[in-house]
Design a protein around this ligand. Structure first.
Ligand code: DOR
Ligand code: ZN
Ligand code: ZN
Length: 382
């Protein structure tokens, strides 16, 4: 058994503990004195980024599964949930199996794979695959996989969990169908106060939602969908974090610098998310309770609701990230591991640096590099 002492981030604050890891799982856990841990280091249990676009297939110039998963580990993320608006889209069984195969060969972090339904054919194929989410685009985005709203009800009739990209009116319709068919609905990138109020009014156990760091931290002009909103909207997003808004997800949407200059939508965000949220925690902008919920506990709840093995307590997977609050730095996209080396967060100072990312009891990222032998796996059923 491998044992070490460290401060662990909990919903109530930092807790100095001695951890024991065996066979990729947490084997023992005991509290110790604060004098026995290095004060600046902290461990965050299992961070999964529930919304990334790793491109590949025909857009390897933007990002590959290899480069994106490496960027994930560098950002302290031990697993990702991959979006299907690739070229070709993950919208038929054959391409879904091809995506699984590609990830199993090239991903250095663990993963979940989504499936896109945007027409009658992809809908008919959805029954024969077992994705984490069926992604439905109702509103403008990258790629042209927008579902005709007349087909929306039919997708909910499949009763498979849906992740939704939509504006306010699309959200309203999806919420109605989620309730009618008891279909789990995850609403992506909530960006306005009105959306928070709409979701808050109708939320039930089947409805979850996420916010991105760029919608939390930024206003102004940057090419991204949905657009950045006002300070008033952002205040509502922060206030809803860990409550109406379940989780933070990056919506990492890499494009080449050339394409960005021409207005492509998306933020290269996977490496900035955790440092930014740790900074909000460190500066008292959010509580430990909120941080713990929106960066770990609610992701765990969503995965467990779908029968997936996740989380590191009580004999579960030893996935975690070690960060150093003694190592503040300025975000500079030139240093990203992602192929997309541009960021609206450039120049922002953050209070903590990712030191190590562990997956299933092994350090996969350490000393600024992916450890040899790091190999991602699909997060399976329990
Ligand atoms: O800005 C965005 N970029 N929003 C999306 O919904 C899609 C994403 C992409 O795939 O580029
Ligand atoms: Zn989207
Ligand atoms: Zn997206």
């Amino acid at each position: 058994m491998e044992c070490f002492n460290i401060n662990i981030i909990t919903s109530k604050g930092m807790l100095p503990v001695r951890l024991g890891i065996k066979g990729g799982r947490m084997a023992s856990f005991s509290t110790i004195g604060a004098a026995d841990v290095k004060p600046s280091l902290a461990l965050i249990p299992s961070v999964i980024d529930m919304h990334v676009h790793f491109r590949d297939f025909d857009q390897r110039n933007k990002e590959t599964v290899a480069s994106g998963s490496k960027a994930a580990l560098a950002g302290g993320i031990s697993a990702v949930c991959d979006m299907p608006n690739t070229i070709p889209p993950v919208a038929d069984k054959k391409t879904y199996l091809r995506r699984q195969d590609l990830f199993s060969k090239d991903s250095v972090c663990d993963y979940l794979i989504n499936f896109c339904v945007f027409d009658e054919y992809s809908m008919s194929q959805a029954a024969s695959v077992d994705p984490f989410f069926i992604k439905v685009y109702l509103d403008e985005t990258t790629g042209s996989y927008i579902l005709d709203e007349a087909l929306l009800e039919k997708v909910f009739m499949l009763q498979k969990p849906i992740a939704l990209h939509a504006d306010h009116s699309g959200m309203r319709k999806a919420i109605k169908f989620s309730k009618k068919y008891s279909t789990p609905l995850h609403i992506c990138h909530v960006s306005t106060k009105d959306e928070v109020m709409l979701i808050g009014k109708h939320k039930d156990n089947n409805i979850t939602c996420e916010v991105t760091p760029h919608h939390l931290f930024l206003s102004g002009i940057y090419d991204v969908k949905p657009a950045l909103c006002t300070k008033n909207d952002r205040d509502a997003l922060w206030a809803a974090l860990g409550g109406v808004i379940d989780i933070v997800a990056s919506d990492h949407a890499p494009h080449t610098s050339d394409e960005k200059e021409k207005g492509a939508y998306g933020v290269s965000g996977i490496e900035a998310m955790l440092p930014l949220m740790l900074t909000a925690l460190n500066r008292g902008q959010i509580s430990y309770e909120t941080f713990y919920r929106c960066m770990h506990a609610n992701q765990k709840r969503i995965l467990h609701a779908r029968g997936r093995d996740f989380g590191m307590d009580g004999g579960s997977r030893a996935d975690f990230t070690i960060v150093d609050f003694g190592d503040s730095y300025t975000i500079d996209a030139k240093n990203f591991y992602s192929k997309a080396k541009h960021s609206p967060f450039d120049g922002m100072s953050v209070d903590a640096k990712v030191v190590e990312t562990w997956v299933r009891g092994m350090p996969f990222f350490k000393d600024g590099e992916v450890v040899s032998g790091a190999r991602g796996k699909e997060i399976g059923r329990k």
